[in-house]
Write a protein that binds this ligand. Structure first.
Ligand SMILES: Cc1cc2nc3c(=O)[nH]c(=O)nc-3n(C[C@H](O)[C@H](O)[C@H](O)COP(=O)(O)OP(=O)(O)OC[C@H]3O[C@@H](n4cnc5c(N)ncnc54)[C@H](O)[C@@H]3O)c2cc1C
Length: 399
């Protein structure tokens, strides 16, 4: 029996397990510092109050128990990889492995060259940060209802970074405010949403169709889009731009960049400018150490960089699961071939914009339904596994 250890219970880690679990030659251990799988792709709905906690955080122990073959879950932060001893180290101990898959994802890059960003900017790549924003925002709305002193005060929600996550958050927040304007009352008119990016367009790198249709939708939702806007400094209530302008804000969410989560090790590894591991064509850092998802630099067929998405994390995970199984059988392994089948951008409520295989273009309710189908399918798969795991654990405890 070979021991396969996976670090990170995100999109990549879970997909790797699903594809490895039928293999009778291996045992699988999943390590994550958190007890839950965090559905980052749904977080725009959570912070806007459309989804609840149980929609975005699913218990990893129950999920791991949901398989017929055992998958061990160890809730510990991995602090060191000792590749010469084939061991990973946590605060509580050392664990042996034969094959290691690093799927540790990424965190928000609060650029150090923007003074004050780290202190005042809010991120969404960690659940506690999204939760803090949601509760603070709700509290502000509540206070506006209860406290006559702040009724009538205007406030701005600034979102720094108009990539996929920033755009989805801006659109969902704007849509919720618009949709509930009657109930929220005057406060709804007092909230303005600003979407800020240093590039000369929103969604830099995406297709002209997606950019154009997203721009139209944001305009309809009355989101104020600021492009070519270089943030220089942030203080407690103002964002200062390089051109001398400034913007008052009450909340600032920053989604302008990521930094890979890497782990100290005895390996000699290269990383790129955002800290992602640079692996070989088989996504290896060493013969038996692989890396997948946001924590590594992945390339397309044509050599261009793949964007860090759940889709790419899952595709690289499927590839690695096959490679590990082949290696155990002493079979040769093929290089990783990355590609993006399609992109869907959720744009508030029942509206999305999407493009598949570069030729099929959809927008509005149909695009929303297609995006929903993908996420629903993913969610139902997770839920079924959770249910099975939960019942198995309950029965075992009763015994
Ligand atoms: C608002 C938002 C919207 C998005 N929308 C989309 C979308 O529509 N479509 C899409 O494809 N992608 C989308 N993404 C991107 C997508 O969420 C990421 O690309 C995806 O989460 C990457 O998966 P991963 O498995 O590499 O890492 P993650 O999902 O980040 O998982 C990494 C895991 O590793 C664990 N971990 C990290 N370090 C350690 C350690 N040292 N020890 C133990 N555990 C550790 C973490 O706790 C975490 O559970 C969106 C992201 C955001 C923030």
């Amino acid at each position: 029996m070979k021991k396969v250890a996976i670090i990170g219970g995100g999109y990549g880690g879970l997909r790797a397990i699903e594809h490895l679990v039928g293999n009778k030659n291996i045992t699988i251990s999943l390590f994550d510092e958190n007890s839950y799988h965090y559905l980052q792709t749904e977080v725009y709905g959570y912070i806007a109050g459309r989804f609840d906690l149980h929609d975005v955080a699913l218990d990893l122990k129950n999920w791991c128990h949901g398989f017929n073959s055992p998958v061990e879950f160890i809730q510990e932060k991995v602090t060191f990889i000792n590749s010469s001893e084939q061991q990973i180290e946590t605060q509580n101990g050392k664990y042996d492995y034969d094959y290691l898959i690093i799927a540790t994802g990424a965190r928000t890059n609060f650029f150090s060259f923007i003074d004050g960003l780290d202190k005042y900017g809010l991120g969404v790549k960690k659940l506690f940060r999204s939760h803090n924003f949601r509760t603070s925002f709700e509290e502000l709305l509540y206070n506006k209802l209860e406290d006559p002193k702040i009724q009538g005060e205007k406030f701005n929600l600034a979102i720094g970074g108009a990539g996929l996550s920033g755009v989805e958050i801006a659109a969902e927040m704007a849509n919720v405010i618009k949709k509930h304007a009657k109930s929220i009352g005057e406060s709804a008119r007092e909230i303005e949403i600003f979407l800020i990016d240093a590039s000369d367009t929103i969604l830099p790198g995406m297709s002209p169709y997606i950019i154009k249709e997203t721009g139209k939708r944001l305009e309809n939702l009355e989101v104020k889009v600021m492009t070519k806007a270089f943030i220089d400094k942030v203080d407690e209530n103002k964002i200062y731009f390089k051109n001398g302008d400034s913007l008052d804000y009450t909340f600032m969410i920053f989604t302008g960049g990521i930094l890979a989560n890497t782990i100290d090790s005895d390996l000699e590894v290269e990383t790129n400018r955002i800290g992602q591991y640079i692996c070989d064509e088989n996504l290896r850092l060493k013969d038996n150490i692989f890396t997948i998802g946001d924590c590594c630099q992945l390339t397309n067929k044509d050599g261009s960089l793949l964007p860090p998405t759940a889709q790419t994390a899952e595709r690289s995970a499927e590839y690695i699961a096959k490679s590990v199984s082949d290696l155990i059988l002493n079979e040769p392994i093929e290089p990783f071939v990355g590609k993006v089948d399609g992109v869907f951008v959720a744009l508030g409520g029942h509206y999305a914009v999407g493009e598949m295989f570069k030729v099929i273009k959809v927008k509005g309710y149909l695009a929303y339904l297609l995006k929903k189908l993908v996420t629903k399918f993913y969610f139902i798969g997770l839920k079924l596994r959770l249910n099975t795991g939960f019942h198995k654990r309950t029965i075992n405890e009763e015994d």
